[in-house]
Design a protein around this ligand. Structure first.
Ligand code: ADP
Ligand code: MG
Length: 355
């Protein structure tokens, strides 16, 4: 069932945005540090047309559900339609001169939801792109990402950083997206020809996800206050003075972020020098730090990472905000089929996604 089956006319606008996998740099975005994701071949597509009956009618193919509303400010009701309402709210708030219009919208997505590859950002970026095209508002890609972040921060209530929205809006397929989250400067870097990344789905349900994510955010903000720095991203690993932080748990969280930033910078150098072995080691170090200091992993995820390494991956780690979801592994192309055969004994092919 598509747009025309539901609305009986053709859409006026169609826009898409891709999901992403973060290769290294976890929880370093909202602390003013570095990240290095890349786009995935999964995407969210939004089709829309004007609605003349002063209603918003939105259909999500994934949920096979239609939502009808006419007020996106007051009717927040904690389901998927909040993301849509949030996009309308932020878009019209940003463009106050535009007269409110109502829309029919059809959303289809090939992205596995809630697994740490950012279906939510792809959804918000594609809706904002569609509104930008419809109203010809000429908002650039970077500003669209900033607006999409506002939807998640201000409307949904997740203290996320800017990485997901930036890479979803600006990133290019088959290129690493190195981003300095403080000044939003980025570089698109080609992958060396013998590298291959692969995702394995841990299928861990992330019920605690948003509350744990916000807990970590708050712990890192305490660390910044006690260290008397604006952002942890600016703290050099050699100058990290843990004595200034009173809570041992906060020390661990901050140590993850400060060391992770250092790893992202090293990982970028490895990419430029085609040093696949060292990149793999950094991924393993990153995972250990994420699991032990940040305590964002789970036993199932740790096992996938360990098995992937034992099956011949050079590096593997949990990707995304934490508490389950996808892992990402780095494998030499010529060893890929051997790795796949071995890992496939533990996990069915439906859980393994080549990047
Ligand atoms: P992630 O971004 O890692 O996939 P989130 O929990 O941040 O996980 O976002 C998932 C949520 O985003 C879904 O529960 C739903 O509310 C919304 N969402 C994403 N894609 C769609 C879609 N195609 N249709 C409706 N809602 C979607
Ligand atoms: Mg998300």
């Amino acid at each position: 069932m598509g747009f025309e089956d539901i609305f009986k006319h053709k859409p006026q606008i169609k826009e898409s945005a891709n999901a992403r996998v973060n290769l290294i740099g976890e929880h370093t975005d909202y602390t003013g540090g570095y990240v290095m994701p890349t786009l995935l071949n999964f995407k969210n597509t939004v089709e829309l047309s004007k609605n003349d009956e002063k209603k918003f009618v939105v259909f999500s193919q994934y949920f096979n559900e239609k939502k009808v509303f006419n007020d996106f400010i007051k009717s927040k009701n904690s389901d998927w339609s909040d993301y849509i309402k949030g996009c309308f709210f932020i878009f019209f708030d940003e463009n106050k001169k535009i007269k409110l219009e109502h829309f029919n919208m059809y959303i289809k997505s090939t992205i596995p939801l809630g697994r740490g590859i950012s279906s939510s950002s792809a959804l918000c970026v594609s809706i904002l792109k569609a509104l930008n095209t419809y109203f010809n508002t000429q908002i650039n890609e970077k500003h669209l990402a900033i607006l999409a972040k506002k939807v998640e921060n201000e409307y949904i209530g997740i203290s996320s950083g800017i990485m997901d929205q930036m890479v979803s809006s600006i990133g290019r397929y088959e290129k690493a997206f190195f981003l300095d989250c403080l000044n939003l400067k980025y570089e698109l870097i080609n992958f060396p020809s013998n590298w291959k990344f692969c995702l394995i789905d841990s299928e861990v349900q992330r019920n605690l996800r948003s509350s744990s994510y916000n807990d970590r955010f708050n712990e890192l903000k305490i660390a910044e206050k006690e260290l008397d720095v604006e952002y942890l991203g600016g703290v050099d690993l050699n100058k990290f003075d843990s004595d200034k932080i009173s809570d041992p748990t906060v020390i661990k969280r901050a140590r993850h972020v400060v060391s992770e930033n250092n790893r992202v910078l090293k990982a970028k150098e490895c990419l430029l020098k085609d040093d696949i072995n060292q990149f793999g080691k950094l991924m393993i170090e990153s995972h250990n730090s994420y699991s032990k200091d940040f305590e964002a992993s789970t036993a199932d995820v740790d096992e996938i990472v360990k098995r992937s390494f034992q099956c011949g991956a050079l590096g593997a780690r949990l990707t995304g905000g934490g508490f389950g979801g996808f892992t990402v592994s780095l494998i030499e192309k010529e060893k890929f089929s051997d790795w796949y055969k071995k890992i496939n004994k533990y996990y069915p092919k439906e859980k393994i996604f080549e990047v």
